[in-house]
Unconditional design. Sequence first.
Length: 445
Amino acid sequence: MTHGVEEVPLTLEGRPPKTLGVLDQGALWANLGVSLLGFSGALFLIDPLDGVPLSLGAALLATVIGSLIGTAMVGLSAIPGTRTGQPAMVLLRGLFGARMSYVPTVLNIVQMLGWGAFELWVIAKAANAMFGGIPYEAWVIVAGVLTTALTIWPLGAIRVLRRYVTIGVIISMLWFAWHMISDAPPYTGGSWEAFAPAVDYVIALSVSWVPMAADFARHSRSSKAAFTGVVGGYTLAQVACLGLGVYAVAIAGAEAVAADSTSVFGTFVAVPLGVLFFAVLTLRETDQSFANVYSTTMSLQNLMPRVDRRVFSVAIGVLTVGIALVVDVNSYGAFLGVIGAVFVPMFAVLAVEYFLFGGSRSWNTAEDAPSRWSMLVPWALGFVAYWLTTSTPTVAGWDQIWAGLRDAIGFTREPWMNGALGGAVVAALVTAVIGLVRQRRSAAR
């Protein structure tokens, strides 16, 4: 209990309270869907192949389709958390076994630390755009302290988002949209050639939340509330965020944003009353860092279930601040690609095993859950399929490895292919085959 309101238990042994309704979940995910990184990230949406820009219609449609696909994955991954009351990485004990769940858990810790540092970086840069003269380091520390405080009282933080912050965010977004759409230069030209990688990019933005969805859904009153909150709240917010980002990038200039992603912030500040409304969005950005630090804490509890989460929260908060002070954001787009390649096929394996092969009736999340080596096969094959079919560039050396593999096996990547869907479909089909074989063997016995 915290001030008479039930909070997240301090260890995994405590009972998770079921206090979040559809409005709570919707407000949380709507706020997560609006990101300052998303405004500058619209550049990756507009021109994912760096030199093959999309038309405005293609970019907006890619945003809608990618958001719906990605949030559907996130929403489905939230349902097991609601039903079992377990955090995301603990759920993986039922998929891979307790010990083998440590592998994706460590990967999630690494990526969440990176995301948390990115968010502190962007908060500090946004604050500098509004209030110059205060050192970047000071803003990072302030944002880190606020983030850590929210992480210690997570359910209280979600209630504040629903009651107060969401309204301010909606008003701010409408204000900026009113001014920017009228001020932006006409968006002409472009094509549909890079449509598939643009959809890939948007899916990656959405699906990067898969490894944390259950951390919040475990406190939902129902699976319907969790799924509806994720898909409805996040989809609407992300489409609005990226759509507004397209116009903000057009005003700031694509070349300027490519050279310095934070240059887009000046476009917002320059709008009448821009400092006021951009301050609302900047303060709201702490929910992004909060979600990442909190998910890191929950992941660590899968490794050490009886350690007080507040201890983890403080330690992770300090570490995230340290990373943010030296982080290099130039690999932002590549970072998203790697996340998608790891967690998209893993989600597909989880979804098929849980929803189609009886996992919902006997999902073993105990500390001694037996290892299930067969589940590594579809995950690995889905990872390979992702990189064979994706057309989104990441790191030159890494991309060359997969280009060489395509040549070696005679695989031709068609323009319509999509890495996220390719990885998910292959992982799901292989998981289904393994499940059917297992069922036949059981029936034969």
